[in-house]
Design a protein. Structure first.
Lengths: 301, 301
């Protein structure tokens, strides 16, 4: 690997406020706004702010509408929200959030567990959601959960992920995000899948979303960047999972990703120290230690 | 990166019993022997068992002689010990430990802090230590601490690390280990240094030793393996550092390294589940949580 194998810049999407908080005990709206305020100062250009999903399944985001109302405070940031249904997309667009991530599970087992639908049926809804999003002037990303592995079905065949990606794009998705939902991906498999998906949808941007459950998250991110991916999800402080949930583990930590990439000459546009300040705020808000090694090393010194 | 960029096999040296335990409160000899016993079952072929250093500076290893006496129990494992002086090497060889790691600091600041000597003077002792080791039928590895960065002097110039490596080999070291003492290395810098060192000492084996202080340890390990390195240090459970020491952080976790490499088709010869069993034993012995994400995910399920 040399400097020439890496892009000059990448774009990090902060997903802590959505993915990071979704398994935490619900935080008051004011706390979440304070976190967004801190993150908006870091140089991050894109933040996944909330999710318009079942309040019963995800109480942490039950007041997504109230949060959405406040996002105009930070016009320099592109906010987005996650949805898991046409109804969720309507709610989001209805309160002015036009950039959406629609999550579908590549594996049937996870699709049933997550939305009680077949993958094909969930995928079909992209047509309607894309229309809603595009009419509102937004962009639609299809997040492909269990792109590498499924907690129920085991290894996801590459062809299956490729097929779902192709169908999602054909139905109107503007971008595909390959998500390592359970944090089992490893660098070589990342490279293989990205190459296969890119061959199938050469004109569509590919993003990646890694969890650090087995410690390989940054190595997978670097493999993705080496394979030409410039859109990466990360979570401040490695927020995510839940201290009380079995085996749950957070997304890769935003500050660790920034550190590794900037030190490799890849520009992120995000200020490391300001992210660490935001992480400290997040840690106080959630009331337990964040997992990021870089953050831990900082707060201990 | 493709499968062809990676070697077929690598050799992991377990350093938990030495580096991992050195900042912990001293464990009883029986506990350390139980840990060695558990590690000897994993398929690990090399284990750094202890250190012959100042008992005052490192009380955790003050009874290195007693531990050394027991190592013949596991004849299938190649045990080694760390030393920081000619006197330490004499102690080690005197009780039958012939494979030694002699640690020298590339940066003057760290050399002063660690052994109160100039780098050149500490390096010069390799001649005498190599003679002791070779007469005893062992191999001498020179560990180059602060190969990338120094906590006192900042960035270590590549030329300086290369120069110390060259001199160490000229004086009789059989292998060079590039150590990221404070866990600041990043993948591209790893590649650059390995290439530079290899060019200077093309016939000498190069090993690497990473800490995970900023989360990049596995990504650095993969970069090293991509650059042709097949000797890597790791620590069971990510043991190392100390919960009470500012900013301290452990080595990369043996089980996380095995997982990433085996999933990439690189054979380690080590059984992941047996390492996790050993990690559980280590966690009980040290009495606090180990940092390895993979281990944590396992014990929580």
């Amino acid at each position: 690997m040399t400097r020439r194998d890496l892009p000059a810049t990448v774009d990090i999407r902060e997903v802590g406020p959505r993915d990071g908080l979704q398994l935490e005990a619900p935080l008051p709206l004011q706390d979440r706004l304070a976190i967004l305020k801190a993150l908006a100062k870091t140089g991050l250009r894109r933040i996944e702010a909330t999710a318009f999903v079942s309040p019963k399944a995800v109480p942490a985001h039950s007041d997504a509408e109230l949060l959405a109302d406040e996002l105009e405070r930070w016009p320099h940031v592109e906010f987005s929200a996650l949805v898991a249904s046409v109804g969720g997309a309507r709610r989001a667009v209805g309160c002015g959030v036009a950039n959406l991530e629609y999550v579908i599970s590549v594996s049937e087992g996870h699709s049933q567990a997550n939305v009680r639908r077949r993958t094909a049926d969930a995928t079909a809804d992209i047509a309607e959601i894309a229309q809603l999003v595009h009419q509102a002037g937004g962009q639609l990303e299809a997040i492909l959960a269990t792109s590498w592995d499924c907690p129920f079905d085991g290894r996801t065949p590459i062809e299956r992920t490729v097929e779902v990606a192709q169908r999602a794009v054909a139905l109107g998705a503007d971008r595909i995000c390959l998500a390592d939902t359970i944090g089992t991906a490893t660098p070589l498999r990342v490279t293989s899948l990205i190459h296969a998906v890119r061959e199938a949808i050469p004109d569509t941007e590919i993003a990646v979303h890694f969890h650090n459950t087995r410690g390989s998250g940054l190595a997978c991110s670097l493999a993705a960047v080496q394979a030409g991916v410039t859109q990466l999800d990360a979570s401040v402080g490695g927020l995510g999972g839940c201290p009380f949930a079995p085996g749950a583990s957070g997304n890769i930590a935003t500050e660790e990703l920034i550190y590794m990439l900037e030190e490799s000459g890849v520009h992120t546009g995000v200020d490391l120290d300001t992210v660490l300040t935001a992480a400290a705020l997040v840690e106080r808000a959630v009331g337990h230690q964040l997992q990021s090694n870089l953050f831990r090393a900082t707060v201990q010194t």
